[in-house]
Design a protein around this ligand. Structure first.
Ligand SMILES: CC(C)(COP(=O)(O)OP(=O)(O)OC[C@H]1O[C@@H](n2cnc3c(N)ncnc32)[C@H](O)[C@@H]1OP(=O)(O)O)[C@@H](O)C(=O)NCCC(=O)NCCS
Length: 153
């Protein structure tokens, strides 16, 4: 893996409208790879999301060299922490995806990733971070990470 050369990745909680516009743009670009809602997000829906973010959801933006490079969503529900992430195309293969998943690992004792079985890149990424396959339901495979000794998220 290429290390994010010339710079370190920083994680900042999404707060500004610019953060949410970045989130919308990237999320729409990768929506075919997502497992829940794959509909295109319009500005109005994103704005509503901005003003009333669901409880239990953390949104982090990964920054590299002063630019937004990716997002990480953590949603605590059902005793676990669901993780999903995306990296903008021009920043891929530089270790940002793995850095985001490792950041997530530092924030929850148990993580769950629901991934399309066809999304081999995401599967490879989660395996590389230490996730293991838990269940296969149709086209979706569930991966889990549990910190050793942990019983809950
Ligand atoms: C999945 C995604 C986040 C990976 O981001 P990334 O920053 O390119 O990933 P990294 O550079 O950290 O790669 C980490 C590991 O993932 C795997 N990986 C990443 N890209 C890969 C590719 N194109 N082919 C095969 N494996 C790949 C490799 O194991 C890699 O380690 P290596 O470079 O040492 O071989 C990015 O491709 C993406 O945004 N995809 C679209 C959205 C998506 O599918 N999100 C997941 C939803 S569940």
């Amino acid at each position: 893996m290429i290390n994010p050369s010339n710079g370190k990745i920083e994680f900042r909680v999404a707060t500004s409208i610019a953060d949410y516009l970045f989130l919308r743009r990237l999320r729409n670009a990768v929506r075919q790879q997502l497992t829940n809602d794959t509909a295109k997000l319009g500005y109005l829906r994103q704005f509503r999301f901005y003003i009333s973010r669901p409880a239990g959801l953390e949104i982090h933006i990964a920054w590299l060299r002063g630019r937004r490079a990716g997002y990480l969503l953590l949603r605590r529900a059902e005793g676990t922490c669901y993780v999903t992430e995306a990296v903008a195309k021009r920043f891929r293969r530089q270790g940002i995806g793995l850095a985001m998943v490792r950041f997530a690992i530092g924030r929850a004792a148990e993580l769950t990733a629901e991934i399309r079985a066809s999304n081999t890149v995401s599967i490879e990424l989660h395996r590389a971070a230490g996730f293991y396959p838990l269940a296969l339901d149709g086209a979706i495979v569930t991966y889990r990470y549990r910190r050793s000794g942990a019983t809950t998220a």
